[in-house]
Design a protein around this ligand. Structure first.
Ligand code: NAD
Length: 480
């Protein structure tokens, strides 16, 4: 059985106390590898390695750093099949999805930032006869990076790539639930000869590894993606130390379908937005609001589409819906079906575990679930479930659609389906979310700022925003 190793000071090493956690494949319910149960002393060693590597790495030319990132990107692409299978075995998602989306996007993260850093520039301002000033943006030091289980390599590299491109060194922690692709990334870093200590990967739990990273007095910046609950804890720990923090947290995204939408496209895209990755994408549209005139037909057609989503072994090409990431998440998801029933919801389809034959008989599968008959303010529509469970409700007017969209404590993304351009622009400006898609979903442009408002996050990732986060501005005024 594979024993995953930490990556510290350029070496693949065991955790100092020699303890490991079981890593379960959620499609089978069986342990398939072991992950280090690292402790604060492993974080301390990773920090020392990152600190020692900082002078060299930060003083490399931009072109040299860029070339290292490019090499990592190329190696990810070369190892695509292996990474996609590893991600599926950790996470339960269909292999084809990891191969089509997650892993290519992880390579893109490195490739994009290898180019972006060559275009990143400092501002200067002419003050006329008085003089001029300019802003230096230099790397800061050791970055602490913490990521979740749902898009494991994609979100992990989304932080690592800009932190490294900007000239920082890193102590990075993937989710203990999905560690394998991070381990393969550390192998790739060894293969391409990334200088020792530039990137350090410490595996383990939130309390034993994540918290010591955040508490470390000499790690001045923390970039976190995960739940709002853990984000709150990180904010609490980091604030008295005045650390820079970027928090990408939960979502409860609305999907607004107007009567004038391109109907077939709206139905199909809404199904994809609801159930891709078993609904375990922070950007999934789990609250669907449909204009009254087309509501009944939409529910019928949406449910008919959902019937075609085959729940199956993630390693088979025709499985559209894979396993839920863990037993705990599986139980949490199903508990919300009970909450929905108690709140008066009607289960239109799904609402229970899916039982598979053969190798996946012990896996954590849930039938894609559609619930109607709830109001926008009930628990099921206010709390993040993060599974294959969505609700559909009618709305009457633009104002009501906007009210519903903005009615949760979250504000990550929203999708609108309408052919009315004025409505699209007006609502896009008023929706409380960091990202609004009009007539599409999950389209990504790496140059744009990514993130949420309200309890979905503070700070922005992506593009130059990420490079700004990972550098410290210093203004220099010159008197003429
Ligand atoms: P989580 O918050 O439980 O864990 C995220 C990471 O934080 C893990 O690596 C975990 O070990 C670590 N952690 C736990 N406790 C910690 C602590 N006290 N200090 C430091 N680190 C700690 O989240 P999850 O269950 O892995 O992921 C699902 C959540 O992530 C959902 O809420 C989802 O919406 C969110 N998410 C958000 C985005 C976004 O871009 N906004 C993207 C993906 C996922």
């Amino acid at each position: 059985m594979t024993q995953i190793q930490n990556y510290i000071a350029g070496q693949l090493v065991s955790p100092q106390q020699g303890q490991y956690l079981d890593n379960v494949n959620p499609a089978t319910g069986k342990v398939y590898s072991q992950v280090p149960d690292s402790q604060p002393e492993d974080v301390a060693a990773a920090y020392e390695a990152a600190k020692a590597a900082f002078p060299l790495w930060s003083s490399l030319s931009i072109q040299e750093r860029s070339q290292y990132l490019e090499k990592i990107a190329n190696r990810i692409t070369e190892r695509l099949d292996e990474l996609a299978l590893a991600e599926s075995r950790d996470n339960g998602k269909p292999v084809w999805l990891a191969k089509k989306v997650d892993i290519p996007r992880a390579a893109d993260n490195f490739r994009y930032f290898s180019h972006a850093i060559t275009q990143f520039h400092n501002e200067s301002f002419d003050m006329g006869q008085q003089g001029f000033n300019y802003t230096l943006r230099r790397p800061i030091g050791v970055a602490g990076l913490i990521s979740p289980w749902n898009l494991p390599l994609y979100l992990f590299t989304w932080k690592i790539a800009p932190a490294l491109a900007a000239g920082n060194t890193c102590v990075a922690k993937p989710s203990e639930v999905t560690p394998m692709t991070a381990f393969l990334l550390s192998e790739i870093c060894v293969e391409i000869g990334l200088p020792a200590g530039v990137l350090n990967i410490v595996h383990g739990t939130g309390p034993n590894v994540g918290e010591p990273i955040v508490q470390h007095p000499d790690i001045p910046m923390i970039s976190f993606t995960g739940s709002t609950r853990v984000g709150q804890r990180i904010a609490e720990v980091a604030a008295p130390m005045f650390k820079k923090v970027s928090l990408e947290m939960g979502g409860k995204n609305a999907n607004l379908v107007f009567a004038d939408a391109d109907y077939d496209h709206a139905v199909k895209t809404s199904v994809r937005a609801a159930f891709t990755n078993q609904g375990q994408i922070c950007l999934c549209g789990s609250r669907i609001f449909v204009q009254r005139e087309i509501y009944d037909q939409f529910v019928r057609d949406f449910v008919a589409e959902v019937k075609n989503l085959k729940v199956g072994d993630p390693e088979l090409a025709d499985s559209k819906v894979g396993a839920i990431v863990s037993k705990a998440q599986f139980e949490k998801d199903l508990s919300y079906v009970e909450v929905a029933k108690s709140e008066g919801g009607k289960i239109e389809i799904g609402g229970k575990a899916a039982t598979l034959e053969g190798r996946c008989s012990g896996g954590y599968f849930i039938e894609p679930t559609v619930i109607t008959g709830l109001d926008a303010y009930c628990r099921v529509n206010q709390e993040e479930i993060f599974g294959p469970i969505v609700t559909i409700q009618p709305f009457e007017t633009d104002e009501q659609a906007l009210e519903y969209a903005n009615s949760t404590p979250y504000g990550l993304s929203c999708t609108l389906f309408t052919q009315n351009l004025q409505r699209a622009h007006r609502l896009a400006a008023e929706i409380e979310a960091g990202i609004v898609w009009v007539n599409n979903w999950m389209v990504r442009d790496l140059r744009t700022p990514f993130g949420g408002v309200k309890q979905s996050g503070i700070g922005r990732e992506g593009g130059f925003e990420a490079l700004r986060f990972f550098t410290e501005p210093k203004n220099v005024f010159i008197q003429l």
